[in-house]
Design a protein around this ligand. Structure first.
Ligand code: NDP
Length: 238
């Protein structure tokens, strides 16, 4: 019986992960904190139909005060049981169609995709330390891979690529620092997914991606601490 907190649950992959978790038996999922700066109609509906298992937590991940307030609200609900799983999913992907030399949004993108993940993780660490599972999954992308960068050279999102490469290293830094305390930090690329961010031509439906992400997180143990995973199109070579 695990408690989860997911950021960026107003839409896209975060919303679908929340809905899949909410449909699992109470013996597997006790409570899901849907942390979002916007309570979208879809999220409101999910919460209304969840019999109290999904709870809305207001969070603007770039604002440290908002993040601390969110952690304190979650603490009031979970108490000494703590939080089992944190999923840092909120992210932004701005375009620089005229080339990297015209990139103006590196700071803001880095702030949302990297610095905020650090804010959220550090703010929730005291609760995660009390939890049984001690798992943190950070949602990244193969666009942040230096080894695969040639494949994606023509896709004009340099700030996003730089920020997600940094997120991968942030995750490894946390994994190394908290390995001895029994933590499992994972980096997961959710595949190319049909969302506002991924667009309509993407390979995966949100359901396929969200299911794939959870299939990595749920069985993960400390043996997987610090690893990078990629959700694949069903049938593709692993
Ligand atoms: P969406 O654009 O559909 O959703 C992004 C979510 O992040 C929204 O809930 C949004 O909230 C939230 N968010 C953004 N900025 C903030 C902020 N400052 N504070 C709080 N919430 C914020 O994206 P996806 O669902 O597609 O992406 C989710 C994650 O998956 C991202 O980290 C993305 O980089 C990653 N990813 C996605 C891929 C894809 O193909 N879709 C591929 C690889 C990785 P709001 O509604 O309020 O704006």
């Amino acid at each position: 019986m695990a408690s989860y907190l997911i950021t960026g649950t107003s839409r896209g992959i975060g919303l679908k992960i929340t809905s899949i978790l909410a449909s699992k038996p109470a013996s597997e999922v006790s409570v899901v904190f849907a942390a979002s700066r916007t309570e979208s109609d879809a999220l409101k509906k999910l919460i209304a139909n969840s019999s109290g298992r999904v709870k809305f937590i207001n969070i603007e991940v770039t604002n440290e005060e908002s993040v601390k307030k969110a952690a304190s609200e979650v603490k009031q609900v979970v108490g000494e049981k703590g939080l089992d799983v944190l999923l840092n999913n909120a992210g932004v992907m701005p375009y620089s169609p005229d080339g990297i030399e015209t990139m103006t949004d590196l700071d803001s993108t880095f702030n949302t995709n990297v610095t905020s993940v650090h804010f959220v993780t550090s703010a929730f660490l005291p609760l995660l330390k009390k939890g049984n599972l001690k798992k943190v999954a950070n949602i990244s992308t193969t666009l942040g891979s230096i080894a695969m960068s040639q494949r994606y050279a023509l896709f004009p999102v340099p700030a996003y690529k730089v920020s997600k490469a940094a997120l991968n290293m942030l995750t490894v830094q946390y994994a190394q620092s908290f390995a001895e305390q029994g933590f499992t930090f994972l980096t997961i690329s959710p595949g190319w997914v049909k969302t506002d961010l991924g667009g309509d031509s993407a390979d995966l439906t949100v359901k396929q991606s969200a299911t794939g992400v959870l299939d990595i997180i749920i069985p993960a143990t400390t043996t997987e601490n610090g690893k990078f995973y990629n959700v694949r199109v069903p049938g593709w070579e692993k």
